[in-house]
Write a protein that binds this ligand. Structure first.
Ligand code: HEC
Ligand code: HEC
Length: 227
């Protein structure tokens, strides 16, 4: 229900009335709402990417706005904190979607939710364009048990690559999950598995529903070491 209402608000933020009226005239199912939203966010990012002047302005504005984010997400979006995700190199449509989710409450975090609500749509676009264009650094290799890494790889290749790609870098609205901090991955998968109000996503709830605690540890070890 939250999802069905969500795109119309976003569309009114990013797009003109004509498009929102077309979409408003259809009863939106959750899946259809997600697709409509992904398209709107993708189009907004493409508009900037295709216009060198807009791109340059967004990069400069994003860098400036990121001054505060550095505290937790690190210089250039490579976080050194176990519970904070890297933003560097992340797919911009995914990032924009997450900032909108913090804003509308379908993702909830005591730091990020109030912060995201203060950002204007233009700030968000500039920030995600800036972060998407930073290079994600590899994590310091962990001394994980090789058997755990093999198990993680097997589950990843069987259950995850259809959306996140065989290199874990995702695409467009799908997250770049390779080289995220291990603890963040494990905590995030646990949240998706258990019904909660922190992060509601039907696709990831389904993907995580069959994972045991050990599977989650294996995936977190494998993915955090993936470059
Ligand atoms: C005080 C620490 C802190 C600051 C400052 C901060 N963040 Fe975050 N951010 C977090 C944490 C913690 C999470 C993970 C929340 C969760 O577990 O759901 C997060 C998650 C995110 C995500 C989701 C990424 C993903 O991989 O899903 C985005 C996007 C984000 N932050 C953007 C920003 C931006 C942009 C700023 C600056 C305007 C910022 N953050 C400032 C702590 C912070
Ligand atoms: C059907 C597509 C699909 C499959 C299969 C899938 N995912 Fe995801 N994944 C998503 C979507 C969509 C999101 C964004 C969720 C959101 O908006 O909260 C996501 C988000 C994530 C995140 C959070 C990234 C971040 O930066 O916070 C992690 C970690 C993740 N997936 C891991 C996995 C793993 C591990 C598997 C396999 C067990 C998997 N996914 C399978 C679609 C999928």
């Amino acid at each position: 229900m939250v999802k069905a209402m969500y795109p119309t608000r976003i569309i009114s933020n990013y797009f003109n009335l004509a498009i929102s009226l077309v979409l408003l005239s259809f009863p939106l199912t959750a899946a259809c709402a997600d697709e409509a939203l992904a398209k709107v966010l993708q189009d907004r990012i493409d508009q900037v990417k295709q216009d060198p002047k807009a791109m340059k302005a967004a990069m400069a504005k994003g860098k400036e706005a990121a001054g505060f984010c550095v505290l937790c997400h690190g210089e250039t979006g490579n976080s050194s904190k176990a519970e904070v995700p890297h933003l560097a190199g992340q797919n911009p449509v995914y990032l924009l979607d997450q900032l909108e989710r913090f804003t509308d409450g379908s993702r909830d975090d005591f730091i990020m939710s109030p912060l995201a609500k203060k950002l204007t749509p233009d700030d968000k676009v500039a920030l995600v364009v800036y972060y998407a264009n930073q290079r994600r650094l590899a994590n310091v290799a962990s001394n994980a048990d090789p058997a755990l890494l093999v198990r993680g790889q097997e589950i990843f290749e069987k259950n995850c690559i259809s959306c996140h790609g065989d290199d874990g870098r995702g695409k467009e609205g799908y997250a770049y999950i390779a080289a995220l901090p291990e603890k963040y991955i494990a905590g995030t998968l646990t949240r998706f598995r258990e019904p909660n109000s922190h992060r509601i996503n039907v696709l990831m709830a389904a993907a995580a529903s069959t994972l045991s605690n050990e599977d989650i540890d294996a995936l977190a070890a494998y993915l955090s070491n993936l470059r």
